[in-house]
Design a protein around this ligand. Sequence first.
Ligand code: ARG
Length: 467
Amino acid sequence: MAKRNLAKVWSDRFEKGLNPAIQRFNASISFDINLLEEDLDGSVAHAQMLGECGVLNKEEVIQLVQGLEKIRLEASEGNFKINTFDEDVHYAVERRLIELLGSVGKKLHTGRSRNDQVGTDLRLWLRRRIDELDTNLRRFQIALLLQAENHLYTLIPGYTHLQRAQPLSLSHHLLAYIEMIQRDRERLRDVRKRVNISPLGAAALAGTSIPINRRQTAKALGFSKIYANSLDAVSDRDFAVEFIAATSLIMAHLSRLAEEVIFWASEEFNFVHLTDRCATGSSLMPQKKNPDVPELVRGKCGRVFGHLQALLTMIKGLPLSYNKDFQEDKEALFDSVITVRDSIEAMSILMEEGLEFCSETLASAVTSDFSNATDVADYLVTKGVPFREAYQKVGRVVKDSLAQGILLKDLSLEQWRDIDSAIEEDIYEKIVPKQVVASRVSEGGTGFERVEEQLIFWRSRIDSLKD
Ligand code: ARG
């Protein structure tokens, strides 16, 4: 390698080329090429600011901006060639700019370092991804809402400890996920505030003697403010940790629903039927229909949780300010975004066209258990029996009924009267599953009128443009 290769951007202090294995080890171009668009955006803003501040003349700025736009065009046509010596996207762009413009190209990096540059690129990139994820999450909420709107009066057993607890409106169950996803969207919006701060102009770590205007580049790039401290600006990766923490929770939420769909689709439950659009077959067993989509979503959580761990570990021992360790943040972020985006999309499709609820099995499920036992106790409370006493009485009835192999609805009025003389004929209608659900009208409860209110609320919220 020639001593002064164009590709070698370091100073003349370096005499020998890198060992090729170290060159490869050091390079990030294979993945940070993902930041090309944002690197060009940041460089255009930087060049224009240098012009406004009188550091570069108008002609130089025009040439730099045209050169950068030419690179953008080359990249969009698949003609932006990476050179073996390009360590990262920042060097690749600068190298190409110098090839295109000659010495003017060498002026772009005035008053800037790759440290503030990479931080800027990463924030611009993440800000876009956060906005896309918000749209994806909204689509998923709509898919859940459409199912919920169809199933207000479909009942499903509600569980605690995966033991039958009390019957629910299926809408209520699905609306719980809409709430979880709303919190995810809010969390991402909150993270976005801390992503949307400009580190540009912090230079390597200490600021610069070149008369730059950081507020101008921040404004041009749509940042809401600038980092107040140059060291903090190039050292901060909190926003990346926060983002992956927020996406980890999204994955956890998707995985909880995935897990439910998996057991709902099993023969033992048979609460949902997987359509051919979203289920796969077995290569050996012709009768099988497998829930690969929710299983993959469940399985992919580990990646994102792992990236969170990796980033926390990466930053915990780092002295101020920039350290090369930061190069490791990119693949974690890129993979988290791809994983969560694809998982949201897959779960949306699953809700939109991948499953049908089996109303008949669900209806018979809620009539063949003791999930109306609380309602007998509540009935006794209305007759003046203290709750704990009523609870004990019903516990005994359940025990006896189980021994006889009957359900509460099968008890005769005499048997009920033996339990408590206050019990009347109306007990039977109180313990019908539909009535059991309808009666739970406390705010936030599964009573149909409450759930309907929530359906209306979510419909209007989701129809409004942003939410
Ligand atoms: N590829 C580097 C990264 O991803 C860019 C910044 C390098 N800065 C430096 N001083 N070596 O973090």
